[in-house]
Design a protein around this ligand. Structure first.
Ligand code: COI
Length: 357
């Protein structure tokens, strides 16, 4: 399919942010966006247009029944000025897994990558170069058919928007405080936890707000059946260093998002000879490990969050400090290694980086 292009008039191009050191997450958008429609049983009309508002029927099914999915990936500016995507094919593969779970028609992954590359030929110059910043890329798909009966929509819109971002958390690469949630649940077995459905994020807002009011940056979700096993932090997968070994929850329950940064951390750890294991971890075991001094570090991983050290866990009315509230050695090592590959300070031995022309 040919991608039609309607470019913004030069006089209407937006000024790019000049203060790259203070970029926040998710406030600024580049000049163009990619769009593609689905109707009459086929994806059609791929196009790149100026970034701007959409027209939608008030009866569009997404507004009523939340049939929407998304992805998040980043484009990095390297020291030689070239741009690089990190594991983009894995993001589009996961988008299709989300589509399948949410009864959304599958997309051509190779075509989406081509569309993204064409979009970046136009807007790639929005990629900032300040350390820790990147161009965030948000592909998403939602149901547009005007219809109020509950069934899968017959019409959809697929978009890719981009924008320069800084750190996801206001703390930057500094330890965050996490509230362990023992009442609300993020995902039940058989639910949406292992895909990127907008509905999962909406359902986490109330609990996250309550924790934020108490001064905690994020929630650590426990399993929804017993509130016993550690799952993830909505915007990140979680890792703990216990007895010198990196531990993360396995993906077998289907309630945890298979994070690409999570997978990258496990691969990098193996490469660096850092012992790591995927195993069920009970919150009580974690707290006991903290009390006995065996829990030395905790950190989260995500595309937006990169690797975020955790300096404090709050569980059942008590605060538990981790790594003296500092960035732990293993957390720093993994962060340095991953970021060096993403930004091209080190060669990528894993085949994750996709350089743009
Ligand atoms: C990402 O890390 O890219 C995500 O999609 C998580 C989102 C909460 C920002």
């Amino acid at each position: 399919m040919e991608i039609l292009k309607r470019l913004q008039l030069p006089a209407h191009l937006k000024p790019r942010p000049t203060d790259e050191a203070n970029l926040r997450f998710g406030d600024i958008y580049s000049d163009h966006m990619f769009l593609m429609d689905y109707f009459a049983g086929q994806w059609r009309n791929p196009r790149i247009e100026p970034f701007g508002p959409l027209t939608l029927s008030p009866a569009a099914m997404v507004l009523h029944y939340s049939q929407t999915i998304f992805e998040g990936l980043k484009c990095y500016r390297r020291p030689d000025g070239r741009l690089a995507l990190f594991r983009p094919r894995d993001n589009f593969a996961r988008l299709n897994r989300s589509a399948e779970r949410m009864s959304i028609p599958l997309l051509d992954e190779a075509f989406l990558l081509q569309a993204l590359k064409e979009l970046l030929k136009i807007d790639g110059q929005w990629t900032p170069s300040h350390p820790g910043s990147a161009l965030y890329i948000r592909p998403f798909v939602f149901a547009t058919e005007p219809h109020l009966g509950v069934r899968p929509s017959k019409e959809y819109l697929c978009l890719i928007i981009t924008g320069p971002v800084g750190p996801y958390y206001k703390e930057g690469f500094a330890p965050i405080k996490i509230y362990v949630e023992s009442y609300y649940s993020r995902s039940a077995p058989g639910g949406l936890g292992e895909v990127k459905a907008g509905a999962s994020y909406a359902s986490s807002l109330l609990a996250t707000e309550k924790a934020a009011q108490k001064g905690y940056t994020q929630l650590l979700w426990l399993d929804s059946v017993q509130h016993r096993y550690i799952e993830e932090v909505g915007s990140m997968n979680m890792f703990f260093v216990i007895d010198g070994k990196i531990v993360t929850s396995p993906l077998t329950s289907g309630t945890i998002l298979p994070g690409l940064t999570r997978a990258s951390v496990l691969t990098v750890a193996a490469h660096l000879g850092l012992p790591a294991e995927e195993r069920p971890l009970e919150i009580e075991e974690l707290i006991a490990a903290q009390k006995s001094g065996r829990l030395s570090e905790a950190f989260g991983s995500g595309t937006a969050a990169v690797i975020s050290p955790v300096g404090l866990l709050h569980y059942q009315e008590k605060d538990y400090v981790v790594a003296d509230g500092q960035v732990g050695r293993i957390t720093q090592t993994l962060y340095d290694e991953l970021v060096s590959i993403q930004y091209g300070f080190k060669t990528d031995p894993y085949g994750w980086v996709e350089l743009l022309d």
